[in-house]
Design a protein around this ligand. Structure first.
Ligand SMILES: [Zn+2]
Length: 267
C-alpha cells in the first residue's frame, strides 16, 4: 500500500483513575474472585499520514471529567497540540460512541466532519438516552452538541455495519457497550492494521477472559463484538488497542518526540 493509504497510529493517554474489578466487570461476583484495584486510563487516538489527519474520539471535557472525579493528565486538545495536531484544523473526527469520555471537547473541532454510527446518534437523541443507566455515562450538553453538528451539516451518521472513512481507515459497527459502538481499523506501514477497539473492549483481559464490561446496552452484541474482534486479531499483523487499558502504554513504543507518558505509536 502507498504512503497515502497507511497511517501513523497514535494512542494519546490524557486521563486516569483508580477503579476496581467489581466496578469494571459486569456481575464480577459470578467469577468467584476477590475484588482488586484496577487502573483505568483514558485515551484518544490519531491516524495520520502526509495528506490526512483523523482524530478518533475527543476525550472527556472539564465538566464531564470533574463530575466523575477523573484525573486529567493533559486536557485532550492540549495533548493533541503537543503532538502537532491542531484541533481547529482537523477535517475528520470519528466518534466511536457518545459517552462523556469520548465526545467531550468536540467544540474544539469546528472544521471537522464528525462520523458516528447512525444507531448511536439515533439512540442518544432519542427518549431512552435520558434513563439513568444510560444517561450516567453522558453529558446532556455534549449530546445536544452532536445534534448541533448535525444541523450544521457536519455529521455523517453511518447506517451500514461497515464503512470506509478514507482509504485505509474502516469502521465496523458492533454495538454492545452502546447501541452503535464502533471499532476502527487503520492500515499501518508494513501491511499491518491497528485495531482500535475503543470500548468494544476496554481491557486486554476483557477479551482474553471473555468478561463483559459493567456498562452494557446489549450483552449479546457485546459478546458478538468479542468474537468478531478475536477473529480480526487472529490474522497476522493485527494490533489490538483496547479503549482504557494502561497496558497500551507498555505494549507499544513511546511516540518519538512526545512528552514522556503521553503517547505511544501503535503502528
Ligand atoms: Zn470510554
Amino acid at each position: 500500500m502507498s504512503a497515502d493509504t497507511t497511517y501513523e497510529v497514535i494512542a494519546v493517554r490524557y486521563g486516569t483513575r483508580t477503579a476496581s474489578k467489581a466496578e469494571v466487570y459486569l456481575n464480577y461476583s459470578t467469577y468467584g474472585e476477590p475484588d482488586e484495584p484496577l487502573r483505568m486510563d483514558y485515551y484518544c487516538w490519531v491516524a495520520r499520514n502526509a495528506t490526512r489527519t483523523v482524530v478518533i474520539d475527543t476525550g472527556f471535557g472539564p465538566v464531564g471529567g470533574a463530575r466523575r472525579r477523573r484525573t486529567t493528565l493533559v486536557p485532550p486538545v492540549a495533548a493533541l497540540a503537543r503532538l502537532g495536531v491542531d484541533a481547529a484544523n482537523v477535517r475528520q473526527v470519528i466518534v466511536t460512541h457518545a459517552h462523556y469520555d469520548h465526545i467531550g471537547n468536540l467544540a474544539a473541532f469546528p472544521a471537522a466532519e464528525v462520523i458516528i454510527a447512525r444507531r448511536e446518534f439515533d439512540f442518544w437523541t432519542g427518549p431512552y438516552a435520558r434513563r439513568q443507566q444510560f444517561a450516567w455515562s453522558t453529558e446532556a450538553a455534549e449530546l445536544a452538541y452532536l445534534s448541533d453538528i448535525d444541523r450544521q451539516g457536519r455529521l455523517t451518521a453511518v447506517a451500514d455495519a461497515a464503512y470506509r472513512v478514507a482509504p485505509g481507515i474502516d469502521l465496523l459497527t458492533v454495538g454492545g457497550h452502546t447501541p452503535g459502538q464502533v471499532i476502527v481499523l487503520v492500515a499501518v506501514a508494513g501491511g499491518g492494521q491497528a485495531v482500535l477497539a475503543s470500548d468494544a473492549v476496554h481491557y486486554y483481559e476483557e477479551i482474553e477472559r471473555d468478561r463483559p464490561f459493567a456498562f452494557v446496552a446489549d450483552l449479546e452484541a457485546m459478546y458478538r463484538g468479542f468474537d468478531l474482534l478475536k477473529e480480526i486479531i487472529g490474522e497476522p499483523g493485527r494490533l489490538l488497542v483496547p479503549g482504557h487499558d494502561p497496558e497500551v502504554m507498555g505494549r507499544f513504543a513511546p511516540l518519538a518526540g512526545a512528552p514522556t507518558g503521553l503517547a505511544v505509536r501503535v503502528g
